[in-house]
Design a protein. Sequence first.
Length: 123
Amino acid sequence: MEVIPEQGSEPVGRVLREIPPHSAYRMLCGSTGLKPTVLDVRGAPEFSTGCIAGAVNLDCYAEGFLGRLAALPRVRPYIVCCQDGGHSAWVLELMYYLGFREAYCITGGLARWAKDGLPVDSG
């Protein structure tokens, strides 16, 4: 019999949740553990206006998006970002169902990241 976790709970060994921008920034600047890969799920035009340093653009509306997402290593940590947090939360849910072990989305997206005074690279 399969046990379906209650909403908000995670299976042992998996962490997928929303975090504030400063927490994401600390994770990216940390010196312990595997540094997370930032997945920016906005379209290329938005991405080119500015992004988090080192972000990989993976447009969630592009053809083949799900296949590219599914091809990513499940054991790496990821931070998912979009403009305002809505699309990254949706992608985080997809990552849960695809079996990713550690992924976070940024509350309020890049807009909140920038409003909180965190660095934004030109795209």
